[in-house]
Design a protein around this ligand. Sequence first.
Ligand code: PEP
Length: 249
Amino acid sequence: MRKKLVAGNWKMHGSLAENAALLDAIKPALAGIDAVVCVPFPYLAQAQASLTGSSIAWGAQNVSEQAKGAFTGEVSTGMLLDFGCKYVIVGHSERRSLYGESDALVAKKYMAAQAAGLTPILCVGESLDERESGVTEAVVARQLDAVIQTAGVASLAKAVVAYEPVWAIGTGKTASPEQAQAVHAFIRGKIAALDAGVADGLVIQYGGSVKAANAAELMAQPDIDGGLIGGASLVADDFIAICRAAAAN
Ligand code: PEP
């Protein structure tokens, strides 16, 4: 059976004091449960100091595709490794839509992360317009193909995919378990056509307004292997409940 993995995306939230309270609450409650928190860059050292030795890994929300050089404001994979990161989110819809990250750039970031030994959490998902026009599968396929054509299907053995319908992120509108399962099954089937073993082992997270109240139903779907959690990952009790629901399903 595939493992379930829940990752928190703190986005641009937090402070040293708020983070300390959150980490102190989730650490003992999630002892023995694999989880991840993706924190803002300045708080990586805090996450490392707090979470070393726990079952919670930490990571970043973005990374440069460049190794080093004159790239003002960018952060390299090597810098993430210096702070013990295991994971990095690439291609979050906010990076794609607000910062113009193309499929090709996301694929480069994915490759750079893997080359450094980080596990990329590759986000894919359609906008509301795209869903309403019936092109959800085409959009998700295009986003996946950009990575598969650059990095190869075998690279997905060392990655996590997060299906995040853009219309469900931060909106309070969750995809129904059936809607999410259908796209997850599409993703797994598409990859299975290229490599059944990779598809079978691939962790595909669902993201988009997951809450403590709807987590169990989503996590019970056969192709949903965990979640990428934004808002609810900032509330200790909610994040704990979601991680426990995933572990129990
Ligand atoms: C996200 O940030 O990836 C996300 C899914 O956010 P939320 O859970 O708040 O919808």
